[in-house]
Write a protein that binds this ligand. Structure first.
Ligand SMILES: NC(=O)c1ccc[n+]([C@@H]2O[C@H](COP(=O)([O-])OP(=O)(O)OC[C@H]3O[C@@H](n4cnc5c(N)ncnc54)[C@H](O)[C@@H]3O)[C@@H](O)[C@H]2O)c1
Ligand SMILES: O=c1ccn([C@@H]2O[C@H](COP(=O)(O)OP(=O)(O)O[C@H]3O[C@H](CO)[C@@H](O)[C@H](O)[C@H]3O)[C@@H](O)[C@H]2O)c(=O)[nH]1
Length: 446
């Protein structure tokens, strides 16, 4: 099957690469000419485990190519995927400008009957709108069918998720188009769920909102655990044993970030509001999430008194491990707050520093070394649960830091292990551990 993909971000590039790997001929199109040049040379630009090798392999086999020109890219394509961004407008609603531009590009350049597949996350009714935009702008008299095929991949495991996702949702009112998309995806061997367009569009938002709700729920439980002496990890483990609840997405921490949950929960609140429904539950989920990084900050402030002139280490910048994506990363809010209060921040991340610098600027020190970051620090915040961070030998904290006071926003260490180390340790939804009497001296006002 000859396929074109419009947009080469996380979703478009991974989709294009994986579809070419299962045997389709794929051309990925982007308006960013610089990006296209780099992609053509085999540079995936984004960090995603396994992506570069798979991309190079399929470029070499001539199944995968890139273009900065819609006319060239769309020529002869039987199926066109839309994978452009749908960022957040100021009011929280989804910005559909890129979607409309892509639909117009399709209309002006297709010369044969085409199935248009929307991978981008779009509010209910958007695929209908896409069809209208294409119909109005069509240059050649061809038939266009629209399919909603929302994407569920996670950053950091995007390739794995594409090859072994839980389901492929196909939303369309055209049986032949549904069949074509099912056939395209058949080599993945993933269960297909077919439905109408509006329901497919809603499945994506509802799934993200539900997962975000699980996270805010466990974070609220964590906050209560802190006050009552329960341990949120034990609570989550015990809850997760119930098949109706399940163990996933119950890790308490600094809350969810990334390019999807924050914007998609806001967009769903807006969508509901447009239909005169006040989505109170989701509004609370968002509010709880916005407060989570500040919760840890307040705990630290209470312990340290103030941050003025103190070297504060921050371990992890990316919104989650295995990605260099800094969009809506909880580290941003936390670091901005620390800088505002006069801290000298040194932050570690193995791959997100370049992206972090664009957001946070040069008011802090960046380091790719954990040891260097910890050296002489008066407190450490753990923000991203990178394997490298989880594998830190707890003795290092005591050896390197001026005062080994740790605020762990991702519960990276078992309390039993911490109890044997000579550090003072505060985590999310678990008891505080203060092993060192001498900590009362120095960095603390306590
Ligand atoms: N990032 C994820 O993990 C993820 C997962 C599932 C769904 N989604 C959804 O998928 C969509 C894309 O997300 P992303 O993170 O890949 O976006 P992105 O911002 O990383 O990439 C979008 C790309 O589209 C290009 N583009 C914009 N208009 C274009 C046009 N008219 N023609 C050609 N190229 C154009 C941009 O230059 C950019 O390279 C969004 O709706 C998002 O919500 C994202
Ligand atoms: O128990 C948990 C699980 C996740 N998170 C946080 O939640 C955020 C999102 O994590 P994750 O879902 O793994 O990453 P994303 O790449 O944002 O993927 C989500 O968003 C994508 C874009 O819509 C969807 O395609 C995916 O299915 C959905 O999981 C991150 O900040 C995590 O640290 C927690 O705090 N606790």
């Amino acid at each position: 099957m000859k396929i074109a993909v419009i947009g080469t971000g996380y979703v478009g590039l991974v989709t294009g690469v994986c579809l070419s790997d299962i045997g389709h001929t794929v051309i990925c199109i982007d308006v960013d000419q610089e990006k296209v040049k780099r992609l053509q040379s085999g540079d995936p630009i984004i960090y995603e485990p396994g992506l570069e090798d798979l991309m190079k392999k399929n470029i070499e086999k001539s199944r995968l190519s890139f273009s900065g020109n819609h006319q060239t890219g769309l020529a002869g394509a039987e199926v066109v995927y839309i994978a452009v961004g749908t960022p957040q407008n100021h009011d929280g609603s989804a910005n559909l400008n890129y979607i409309e531009a892509a639909a117009t590009d399709i209309a002006k350049n297709i010369t044969q009957d085409t199935v248009v597949v929307t991978k981008s996350t779009v509010p209910v009714g958007t695929n209908q709108h896409i069809k209208e935009v294409i119909t109005v702008n069509l240059v050649h008299p061809v038939k266009v069918t629209v399919v909603s095929n929302p994407e569920f991949l996670r950053e950091g495991s995007a390739i794995q998720d594409t090859f072994s996702g839980d389901r492929i949702v196909i939303g369309t009112d055209d049986e032949q188009a549904a069949y074509i998309i099912e056939e395209i995806n058949q080599p993945f061997g993933i269960p297909v769920y077919k439905t109408d367009i509006a329901s497919a569009e809603m499945i994506k938002y509802a799934s993200n909102a539900f997962l975000a709700t699980k996270i805010s729920f466990i974070n609220e439980i964590a906050n209560i655990c802190e006050k009552t002496g329960a341990n949120v990890d034990a609570v989550a483990a015990g809850m997760g044993l119930d098949n109706r609840i399940g163990p996933k997405f119950l890790s308490a921490g600094l809350g969810y970030g990334g390019s999807c949950f924050p914007k998609d929960t806001n967009a769903l609140v807006q969508l509901a509001g447009n239909h005169e429904h006040d989505f109170k539950l989701l509004k609370s989920v968002i509010e709880v999430n916005n407060n989570q990084p500040l919760h840890l900050f307040q705990k630290a402030k209470q312990r340290l008194g103030d941050f003025k002139g103190k070297k504060i280490a921050v371990l992890g910048l990316a919104f989650k491990p295995n990605t260099d994506d800094m969009r809506e990363a909880p580290s941003t809010l936390l670091i901005q707050q620390l800088l505002e209060e006069g801290a000298n921040v040194t932050a570690f991340d193995p791959i997100a520093i370049e992206n972090a610098r664009r957001i946070l600027g040069d008011g802090l020190t960046y380091s790719e070394s954990i040891d260097e970051t910890l050296q002489d620090a008066e407190a450490t915040f753990i923000v991203t649960d990178w394997e490298k961070v989880k594998n830190i030998d707890l003795a290092t904290l005591e050896q390197r830091m001026k005062y080994p006071i740790v605020f762990d926003g991702r519960n990276c260490f078992a309390l039993e292990a911490v109890k044997t180390a000579n550090i003072e340790y505060y985590s999310m939804g678990r008891s505080d551990i203060a092993n060192r009497e001498k900590l009362a001296v120095g960095g603390s006002n306590k």
